[in-house]
Design a protein. Sequence first.
Length: 98
Amino acid sequence: METIKESLGQRLERLRKERNLTAKAMSRLIDIPESTYREWEYGRGLKLPPCQKISQVLGISVSELITGEGPKWKNHLEDLETLEQNLREIRLKLSSLI
């Protein structure tokens, strides 16, 4: 099965809606005309300074906004939690042997 990557415009719209923001509210938060913001969601050019403001409003990094990929360290935290759980289980088993 082929995975379809979302465009930056689609990602902007999805992230905005996930935070229950209207396009008008989003445009006010980043201090641009609503028509300009809507153009970005429709796939027209987007420059870096607005990306910084948008990512701050959405609570994500510029990299995550542009690529659609979250920070890789989150995966490491999940791995660490799994290791800690395994370690707790091993300690319990060892303590029952004593």
